[in-house]
Design a protein around this ligand. Sequence first.
Ligand SMILES: [Zn+2]
Length: 289
Amino acid sequence: MSRQKFWRQIRLPRFAGEANLPDKTYGQELSCHIVLTLAHSPVFSVCLRELRVWAKALAARIICRMAMRELKQEVLRYARQMMFDGLARGSQGNVSAIDRASGLIAITPSAADYSSMTEDDIVVVNAAGDVVEGRWKPTIETPLHTLVLRRRPDVGAVVHCHAPHVSGFAAALQPIPLVLAEAAACVGHEVPCAPFMPSGTAEFAALMLDVLGRGNAAVMGQHGLLTCGADLRRAYAAAVAVEDSARACIHARSLGFTPQPLPPQVCAELHQWWRVAYRRKGIASSDSA
Ligand SMILES: [Zn+2]
């Protein structure tokens, strides 16, 4: 009798006496006896339970690793995009995104050039900002990223950049009015400006969270721009939109005109439409709503 046929004919009994065993050799009979004895022993049930727990934990770890891998790739893509779009140069700015299932955050490393950065350079930190995985120090703005992600459950990603036209407003400590429909749709409110404070501290993070309020963009006084969103795509779209509005304001003024902010009600309605209509697209496609 083939081995497969033998095992196919064995039915696990409720108790050993119900075993429906085929004709067998002494060795096969002994094997059956061992299997049945083990199957009915309390030790076996405990082992089986432990095995299930271990398998579940292993599956959860694998799923978490896969999710973090994807998140790290996305953080790297948007960090590079920030450089390509001229919103940051060299190692300026930083990008983060959270995996809500595990609470882990993928974040760009400190003082690393985006052009040579790889997925393995992206650091993984927990909600407190402690490094969980990665060979580099996370960005100096980690307290800001982790605070926003902790306090805003609606936010899944944070972007900080040194967008050149936003910097004009940041230098003058001025809020940025929304003068273009797309900017109004992406952001939904005039972009407030925080007073200057040295960054990288818990105090600075608290100040920016306060200025950000329930919005998704705020100017860091004499520094740069902070945006956030449900995911990196939305957070990044907000950064581009604010920079576009800042540029339009500066161009209008340079032509001798006064830029006209869209009324708050119109901004709110456009933003509501954008939140519903905005669909996920590849990073290569336009960020236009
Ligand atoms: Zn900065």
